[in-house]
Write a protein that binds this ligand. Structure first.
Ligand SMILES: NC(=O)c1ccc[n+]([C@@H]2O[C@H](COP(=O)([O-])OP(=O)(O)OC[C@H]3O[C@@H](n4cnc5c(N)ncnc54)[C@H](OP(=O)(O)O)[C@@H]3O)[C@@H](O)[C@H]2O)c1
Length: 368
């Protein structure tokens, strides 16, 4: 139900002021500032949403640093997803009504306390989910769904290596693999994440690997513990030194699905451009002719492409919710004005699960 809003908003009540994070041009997180600005009433087929939670993605850091190819040129507001309540609707909108709880997909622009969005980019929030869970869900769950099923052909019994398994996409991937009855081998960056995953996801000591110079041996031990000769699928958004050892352990018909390059991120506040350039120049490369003889394949994707395929979104969300029905694990909740703290946390590589910004939360950033 709608709180203290009028049932039929008048033209005056449609005018609002919002808080919005924006950056004049990509290149440095320090340029990201919070401003107040008027928000026009929603145009035809647009819905105005009062935002109660914003999902923070690793891609937001990449976008602000200018390392993400889809980043707009010039001024932009980061943010690929949020959740909240419909405040009012523009002409021609029949599906949404004031007060509806909604999940919103944005191609940037989500770091705002209110926004106007096309009616096709909304999805109803599942009844028993909080707004934080709703905002935390779509990008990472859709990524896991699309990468594992459409591209990865994950199925019952398949042996699947999941990189950054304690992260946002990673936990969604583990949940999807549980639904499918596939067998997961998880890779994480720290012993603390490993202990957490073993406790929460019932994985064994052999099937959760902490990234280290012993990575190749650990992969062999994990495969041996599952009685498997190779991986049917590698689900990878790190693309670093682990790439080659994982790719060469694909079984015949195995697929390596690459959807990010976290290894090109600097975990500290001051990126070292020379170190990153060196990593980029030394990035792993493959020989397609060798792939033919070895029956292995590499596929890659960027889900932001789906944003231009709005008519496919309902099917995509339905498929995702069937595969990943539980709400996501929230690893940290931050006040909206503490976006810098949330972005620094995700950049550190130490977070577990999803971080969200909440406009109604008091400004004391904390991890749960
Ligand atoms: N292509 C697409 O459509 C798409 C969509 C969504 C996300 N992604 C990609 O998927 C990955 C996961 O996204 P997410 O939002 O769920 O983030 P996340 O997994 O919650 O956080 C990123 C994780 O990357 C790992 N990592 C490895 N090297 C790192 C480095 N140099 N600096 C910082 N972190 C590093 C860290 O975990 P460990 O150290 O434990 O591995 C870190 O927690 C990201 O690479 C993101 O860009 C791609």
């Amino acid at each position: 139900m709608l709180g203290n809003m009028p049932d039929t908003p008048t033209a005056e009540s449609l005018e609002t002021t919002r808080q919005v994070w924006s950056i004049p041009r990509a290149g440095s997180l320090a340029r990201l500032t919070l401003n107040s600005e008027p928000l026009a009433p929603p145009a035809e087929r647009e819905v105005q949403v009062e935002v109660t939670a914003v999902g923070v993605n690793f891609a937001d850091v990449f976008a602000c640093l200018g390392l993400y190819s889809a980043t707009p040129t010039g001024r932009f507001t980061p943010g690929l997803e949020c959740a909240g309540r419909v405040r009012c609707v523009g002409s021609g909108v029949v599906r949404w009504r004031p007060g509806d709880r909604v999940i919103v997909l944005t191609r940037f622009g989500g770091y705002a306390t209110a926004l106007n969005v096309h009616e096709e980019t909304l999805w109803p929030t599942p009844e028993d989910w909080t707004d934080a869970q709703a905002a935390a869900y779509p990008v990472q769950a859709l990524t896991a769904w699309y990468g594992l099923t459409s591209l990865g052909n994950a199925r019952r019994g398949a042996v699947v290596l999941v990189q950054s398994a304690a992260g946002g996409v990673g936990l969604n991937a583990l949940q999807a693999l549980q639904t499918l009855g596939a067998r997961a081998v998880a890779v994480v960056g720290s012993a603390a994440k490993r202990e957490w995953l073993i406790g929460q996801y019932g994985l064994t000591a052999e099937t959760v690997i902490v990234r280290s110079p012993r990575f190749a041996e650990d992969l062999d031990a994990a495969l041996a513990s599952l009685g498997a000769g190779g991986f049917d699928l590698v689900f990878d958004a790190v693309y670093g030194a682990d790439f080659q050892p994982s790719f060469t352990r694909l079984a015949a018909e195995g697929r390596h699905v690459l959807f990010g390059a976290a290894d090109f991120m600097s975990t500290g506040r001051r990126p070292n451009p020379f170190r990153l350039a060196w990593r980029y120049l030394r990035r792993p490369r493959l020989d397609p002719l060798a792939m033919i003889s070895q029956n292995r394949g590499l596929l890659a994707f960027n889900l932001i492409w789906l944003w231009h395929e709005a008519s496919r979104l309902p099917d995509a969300m339905r498929g995702t919710l069937a595969l990943i029905p539980r709400p996501p694990h929230i690893g940290g909740r931050y006040a909206f004005e503490d976006a810098h703290a949330a972005l620094a946390a995700i950049q550190s590589g130490r977070t577990v699960g999803k971080l969200v910004l909440e406009p109604q939360r008091a400004s004391v950033a904390r991890a749960e």
